[in-house]
Design a protein around this ligand. Structure first.
Ligand SMILES: [Zn+2]
Length: 330
């Protein structure tokens, strides 16, 4: 089925998406979260989460999300590269012809324009028909795009290698045009090229050029676009590349954080209102020499060595402490 190659007229929208993550992991206290303590380069850090971030399930989830993102990014990059690859010249259907069908009688230089259309057809293999119609003609179709679509189907049945440009005007200085291109013409007439053509035609018409001259200018402009080379500077490349990078970074950061959390001996803790961990007493593990806050760990969070304190009593059945009042006897 053909599709619009865009249009122009003498005459936007906004998109927003929001998603509520099911897992909240934040440096700030949020409703429904519990504090988790972990150490990074010896510094105790608190994360608030509503899921168990210390378990393997959490890391696996981030790992799966990362590989999903990697796969999706590679797919995007593949399409990005595909979108800038050189097109193949089309082989037109034998019966198809370029034509200027000027029902409105607004094109003075029909022959010159037809020559230009044929020149463009020789270059790309795509044949173009320029059709001018009165606005009453397409009234039934609600808009010019619907009209152009149905005209394309009825004029070129089964032929996806044509380009139909419908032009109409209502009052003085009020003009509209709409292009309809076959599906197989996407290579020789990508959006970059049709956008360039539409802009050129619009500006020529706005400048008060005769309709035929405006079309000639736009086709001259279009002929400077070479669809048979690589086009790395096209919008899809930047959009796909940027999106791929964005998705990858968005998945890498939580994955690295999940590993940091594991490496940092993460534990779920209880903090009283207004308590902070920075100034809490720390002890050094006798085995791995790393420091941690003893209040939250029975054993070293890094190597698992049980905590012993210098003053710990190795013989709990014997009391080595001296009564306060005897201390002065020494
Ligand atoms: Zn240790």
């Amino acid at each position: 089925m053909p599709h619009s190659s865009g249009g122009g007229s003498h005459g936007g929208g906004s998109h927003s998406a929001s998603s509520r993550p099911s897992h909240v992991v934040s440096h700030h206290r949020m409703p429904g979260t519990s504090p988790y303590l972990y150490y990074r380069h010896g510094v105790p850090l608190i994360l608030y989460a509503n899921t168990d971030i210390t378990g393997a399930a959490y890391r696996n989830e981030k790992r799966i999300a990362f590989f999903g993102a990697l796969f999706f990014s590679l797919l995007l990059l593949f399409f990005a590269v595909l979108s800038c690859s050189p097109a193949d010249k089309l082989t037109p259907y034998p019966a198809s012809e370029c034509a200027v069908i000027d029902n409105l009688d607004v094109i003075d230089n029909e022959d010159v324009l037809l020559t230009k259309l044929n020149e463009y057809a020789d270059y790309t293999g795509m044949k173009t028909v320029v059709l001018t119609v009165s606005s009453s003609e397409f009234g039934l179709w609600a808009n010019l795009e619907n009209y152009a679509y149905s005209e394309y189907l009825s004029r070129f049945p089964g032929n996806e290698r044509m380009w139909l440009i419908v032009y109409t005007e209502e009052g003085k200085g009020e003009w509209f045009f709409e292009g309809m291109q076959g599906d197989e013409t996407d290579g020789v007439l990508p959006e970059t090229a049709s956008g360039r053509f539409n802009a050129s035609l619009s500006s020529a018409l706005d400048g008060g050029a005769d309709v035929g001259d405006a079309f000639l200018t736009a086709f001259d402009d279009l002929l400077e676009y070479d669809p048979f080379t690589w086009h790395f500077g096209t919008a899809p490349v930047f959009v796909c590349g940027g999106l791929a990078l964005f998705i990858l970074i968005g998945a890498v950061i939580p994955l690295l954080q999940a590993h940091d959390i594991k490496k940092g001996g993460a534990t779920k803790i209880h903090l009283d209102e207004g308590e902070t961990v920075e100034s809490m007493e720390r002890v050094m593990c006798e085995y791995c020499r790393k420091k941690y806050i003893p209040r939250f760990h029975k054993a070293c969070p890094f190597c698992g060595t049980p905590r012993t304190t210098r003053n710990a009593n190795p013989f709990p059945e014997m009391d080595f402490t001296y009564p306060e009042d005897n201390a002065n006897d020494f």
